[in-house]
Design a protein around this ligand. Structure first.
Ligand SMILES: Nc1ncnc2c1ncn2[C@@H]1O[C@H](COP(=O)(O)OP(=O)(O)OP(=O)(O)O)[C@@H](O)[C@H]1O
Length: 479
């Protein structure tokens, strides 16, 4: 007899659980269908925009179903954040990762060893899943028919064609090989068709029982804009003017003013993230902004853990002095702060998907938010340069990464197309996304063309400078 669970759930429970446990009044489009498929025991592949609400797609079934759900994620911040939120909702959840205290880890392992765990959702890293000790415990749970489901978050990490390939994700195939009846749900915001196929094949999702849900990657409340620059000028003033302008407009808008007052919010609490590539930029840029009265703080891997935690917490709480975080890549992934009003890329990031995910930290409450990319041809060349150096170190998926970077450069250089359209097309969508003046091209295409003409150095100038060795890569490693 197969060791899978006997499923007797009825859809009637779903709305009740949504309201009672998750304190939400209605599902977002397709969330219900995903949850119904998961509860029916199907394998599920979900691709949906950043901020769509993918977590609910495995959390709600985990609460309804009998047994434990193992959630595999590469993002430590996400695990802690989600576990805390679940515990606050009185749902038994835990995480085992590199930061878990010894006692807590032992408690969770003992819970598994009973075969009938009390924990409903256990968040683990892919590395943890590869440990023999952990696997032994999971087998006990499986034999007791208490292993409800495996959820693989950020599933694109499985594919060598993904922007964030992690070899440890490939080992997750072990679940299907050892627990063939236990359904798997995998979720991502960023998968091209190739990445999607890789996820399905590598995890061994069964074609006969697989439900694929792909939703548009489009986020219509995000306003995308590219601002052109060159090495010859500092774009700090351009950004400062934009930010001060946003503060001013808030102050002048009587209705908004009254709303903020009622909510007890500061006028200058215009929360945002600036992504930079270099640690040094985080420090200097944050200091320059502070000098101009902006509450800005740096965040990078060179800071102490307690400093980073304090900065993150105070930014999430909207404390004065913590409005803008100047961070190296990947800051905020897994942090569910809903009122981020802008995300700025100070330089060209290293992949299209990385750009999309980082920009996607903005406007998770559905309100209009800005995503500004500062682009120069010198930055473009430096990005290609770093790519080749990274590859010397890692020897990993160079072709995929070069393709992704090229797509991002094309996005920046394109002054003939809606930005939302470029993004959805990259992810293989054919439908034209809605864009109501939510990109620089739709707002004023002639102005955009002029800005490119005036703002970028010509290719000839860039190549001459390169040949003369006038700029180096400034590269000291990503965080
Ligand atoms: N049905 C719903 N009604 C209201 N809010 C919801 C609903 N579903 C999810 N949310 C909220 O939406 C926010 C985003 O959800 P979640 O963190 O799961 O996004 P995500 O799809 O994983 O995005 P990302 O890929 O960017 O991490 C959360 O605050 C979550 O509580």
């Amino acid at each position: 007899m197969p060791l899978g669970l006997h499923r007797t759930n009825s859809c009637v429970d779903i709305d009740f659980t949504l309201r009672r446990k998750f304190k939400r009044t209605a599902f977002r489009p397709l969330q219900r269908d995903v949850i119904v498929a998961a509860l029916a025991g199907d394998d599920v592949f979900v691709q949906a925009a950043t901020g769509f609400g993918k977590s609910l797609c495995f959390q709600l079934p985990a609460v309804i179903d009998h047994g434990i759900t193992i959630v595999v994620s590469p993002l430590l911040a996400l695990m802690t954040d989600q576990v805390n939120a679940l515990l606050a909702a009185d749902i038994a959840a835990g995480t085992i990762n590199g930061n878990t205290l010894y006692e807590e880890k032992q408690r969770l392992l003992q819970d598994l060893a009973t075969g009938h765990p009390f924990t409903r959702l256990l968040y683990v890293t892919p590395e943890q899943c590869a440990s023999e000790h952990f696997r032994k415990h999971l087998k006990v749970v499986y034999e007791q028919k208490e292993l409800a489901r495996i959820a693989v978050d950020e599933a694109h990490c499985i594919s060598e064609w993904g922007h964030d390939f992690r070899p440890s994700f490939k080992e997750l195939r072990w679940f299907r090989d050892n627990f063939p009846e236990v359904p798997i749900i995998c979720l991502t915001a960023t998968a091209t068709e190739q990445v999607r196929n890789d996820c399905i094949n590598i995890l061994g999702l069964s074609p006969s029982k697989l439900k694929v849900f792909t939703m548009s990657t489009s986020r219509k409340n995000l306003h995308y804009e590219v601002r052109f620059k060159s090495d010859e000028e500092d774009h700090f003033d351009d950004f400062l003017n934009w930010l001060k302008g946003a503060h001013r407009r808030r102050a002048e808008n009587m209705i908004r003013r009254a709303e903020l007052k009622k909510e007890g919010k500061r006028l200058d609490n215009f929360s945002g993230i600036i992504y930079t590539i270099f640690r040094q930029d985080c420090e200097t840029l944050a200091a320059r902004l502070r000098h101009h009265g902006i509450g800005a703080k740096p965040y990078h891997a060179g800071l102490r853990n307690d400093e980073k935690n304090e900065t993150l917490q105070r930014w999430v709480n909207n404390d004065k002095g913590y409005d803008v975080i100047v961070a190296t890549t990947a800051f905020g992934m897994g942090i569910d702060k809903e009122d981020v009003r802008f995300v700025v890329h100070w330089q060209l990031p290293k992949s299209f998907e990385g750009f999309y995910q980082e920009a996607g930290r903005a406007g998770r409450d559905g309100k209009a938010s800005m995503c500004i990319m500062y682009y120069s041809r010198e930055d473009r060349d430096r990005a290609y340069n770093r790519l080749s150096k990274d590859n010397i170190k890692e020897k990993l998926n160079l072709a995929a990464r070069a393709k992704s970077l090229k797509a991002l450069v094309d996005y920046c250089e394109d002054v003939e197309t809606c930005r939302h359209r470029i993004i959805t097309k990259y992810f293989g969508e054919t439908e034209i996304p809605e864009c109501e003046y939510a990109c620089d091209w739709h707002k004023d295409s002639a102005k955009l063309k002029r800005a490119k003409q005036n703002g970028l150095q010509s290719e000839e100038w860039v190549s001459t400078q390169r040949e003369m060795g006038r700029y180096d890569s400034g590269y000291d490693g990503y965080d």
